[in-house]
Design a protein around this ligand. Structure first.
Ligand code: HEC
Length: 114
């Protein structure tokens, strides 16, 4: 019995920081709607209405296959100097850019509800 209580306590202690870290990375539902709107309107103006490419390259799941979320997050935040890709760090928190990068990698950018 004692061991059960101890392992429950340990489980709670271990789970707590993990859960709060995950919540920090997840924008609020309202903010997610704003981000998806931004992706379709602003990013879409260069990357195409269906993100299949335009002035900027395609951002579909297949086009981004094998790319890391970290690299895409950096491109979104810093832009690509010398190209039309602007830096978004004044508009987006790092965790928000990361969330968008993951949305693109998962291929959910067009199917998620705005
Ligand atoms: C004014 C045009 C423009 C806008 C707006 C724009 N991009 Fe880009 N983006 C580009 C161009 C051009 C490139 C390719 C840069 C290069 O040649 O390296 C690019 C590259 C990228 C890449 C890297 C793709 C790859 O295959 O490496 C990502 C990811 C990306 N953009 C995401 C976004 C997101 C997310 C937004 C909106 C928040 C956005 N872009 C808005 C023009 C734009």
């Amino acid at each position: 019995m004692r061991r059960v209580v101890a392992s429950l306590l340990l489980g709670a202690v271990l789970a707590f920081p993990l859960r709060s870290a995950a919540q920090d990375l997840q924008p609020s539902p309202e903010r997610q709607r704003v981000l998806i709107h931004l992706l379709r309107q602003d990013c879409g103006s260069c990357h195409g209405l269906h993100l299949k490419g335009g002035l900027g390259p395609a951002l579909t799941r297949s086009a981004l296959a094998g790319r890391s979320a970290q690299e895409l997050t950096r491109t979104i935040l810093e832009g690509r100097p010398g190209t039309a890709m602007p830096a978004w760090r004044t508009f987006l928190e790092p965790a928000e850019a990361r969330w968008l990068a993951q949305l693109l990698l998962d291929g959910n950018a067009l199917t998620s509800k705005p």
